[in-house]
Design a protein around this ligand. Structure first.
Ligand code: AMP
Ligand code: MG
Length: 414
């Protein structure tokens, strides 16, 4: 199956959860808005100065070197009186414009008269509106400031706060049960490197998958390592299905007889095992696991299941390209897919692969791309050394100097 077809199928099954909750604006980074934010006020609330200087009536300064008495002093956070004609007001950045004034002359364009703060020479002729921030120039009253489906960023939290919103309506977090499979897996911290038995390896997928899920705003139940046994795999799936929206596993979806995930999911629901024409990544499973009748308030009678390949780089890349969009869709996020940029290959790829390949590369100081020498799906170093992927079409060789499509990890992890 082509990757694009797999993604389309997968997204077709990701019905948005449609549950929402209210969270403190402080805690809403990366969450998805469940309602439009409509402003009940204008920002800024009134005309104010964008400079330290003097507020004037432009008709009072029709030539340079005019001397104006200073009739009031307006600091930020304080109210202004109407500006008396023929005078100016000392004003500071963010302070409200006095009624009647129509421009600000910046301090650098004025001189105090004889060192006295009560009158100034105005050395530059102002134009109306100069150094004035207009009321409502950022946000008008009634405007939809951020739309439902927006994934909140630090800047959007600031904007929401500028509207007086201490709490925001957001989509519920997807509840994800995560487990790793494989009898070879050992947890760091439980067995010291020198005590590792032959054949044992540390469980690395669990660490990056949990972190990736958390970045996507999921509530993660980390169920640890499930041994390669049918009964334990069944039990883990069954108990996870009731209280989660997605069960995500790594390993055990190949076709070997030690791969227990496949028959277990089939027994408890349904499973499509996709051989995706991509490298790294090939084996990938999507399915559903039935929930016990009456379990929990959740209306859906099944829980989504996604089985990622065990090889760390395959697991990492398929998460970024398939699971991430799936989870964003579950949250109702309205987010464009990351777009590749064309960059120059500073490497050769003389042997074409039958499959579409996602090469781990990094940008160099000359603006080109270097290739990590070992592209094996087990070599996680390629993903830490690299800063992105070249999306290389099936059957395509690359010659140094070719323009190739590059997807940054920054975009894929955003
Ligand atoms: P599997 O898909 O279970 O056949 O595993 C494929 C390869 O990935 C094997 O070499 C496994 O040892 C390795 N692997 C599976 N799960 C993990 C994991 N959680 N962390 C590190 N390597 C893993
Ligand atoms: Mg395995």
């Amino acid at each position: 199956m082509a990757l694009d077809a797999a993604l389309t199928q997968l997204l077709g099954r990701a019905v948005p959860l449609n549950a929402s909750e209210t969270v403190a604006t402080f805690d809403a980074d990366r969450r998805v808005l469940s309602a439009d934010l409509v402003s009940v006020l204008q920002v800024p609330p009134q005309d104010n100065s964008s400079m330290d200087g003097y507020a004037v009536r432009c008709t009072d300064v029709i030539e340079a070197r005019v001397v104006l008495p200073v009739s009031q002093r307006i600091a930020a956070g304080h109210a202004a009186d109407p500006l008396e004609p023929g005078t100016c007001a000392r004003i500071f950045t963010g302070a409200p414009m006095p009624p009647g004034a129509d421009a600000v002359v910046m301090q650098e364009d004025t001189r105090e008269v004889g060192g006295d703060v009560h009158a100034v020479h105005v050395d530059a002729i102002p134009v109306p509106g100069q150094w004035v921030r207009r009321a409502g120039e950022d946000v008008t009253r009634g405007a939809v400031v951020l739309a439902r489906g927006t994934r909140l960023s630090p800047a959007s939290l600031g904007l929401a706060a500028s509207l007086g919103l201490a709490h925001l309506p957001v989509m519920a977090r997807p509840r994800v049960a995560l487990f790793s499979t494989g009898d070879e897996l050992v947890m760091p911290g439980e067995v010291a490197p020198q005590d590792m038995k032959p054949g044992a390896i540390y469980n690395s997928n669990r660490f990056f998958l949990r972190a990736l899920l958390q970045r996507l705003g999921c509530e993660v139940s980390d169920l640890g390592i499930v041994p390669d046994r049918r009964d334990l795999t069944l039990a883990a799936l069954k108990s996870a299905a009731d209280h989660h929206d997605l069960i995500l596993t790594s390993g055990g979806v190949s076709v070997g007889e030690e791969d227990h995930i496949k028959p277990a999911v089939q027994q408890l629901g349904s499973l499509d095992l996709w051989q995706i024409a991509m490298k790294p990544g090939k084996p990938f499973a999507y399915g559903t696991v039935r929930r016990d009748a009456g379990a929990g308030p959740d209306a859906s009678r099944t829980c989504h299941f996604i089985g990622l390949p065990g090889n760390p780089v395959s697991s990492f890349v398929t998460f970024l390209l398939l699971v991430r969009p799936f989870l964003l869709r579950l949250q109702g996020a309205d987010l464009p897919a990351p777009q590749p940029v064309m960059l120059t290959a500073h490497f050769d790829l003389p042997r074409a692969d039958k499959r579409r390949e996602f090469l781990r590369v990094r940008r160099n100081a000359d603006g080109g791309l270097d290739l990590f020498p070992n592209q094996s799906s087990g070599v996680l170093t390629s993903a830490t050394w690299g800063d992105g992927l070249v999306d290389n079409a099936a059957g395509t060789t690359i010659v140094r100097g070719d323009l190739v499509p590059y997807l940054s990890f920054a975009d894929l992890l955003a």
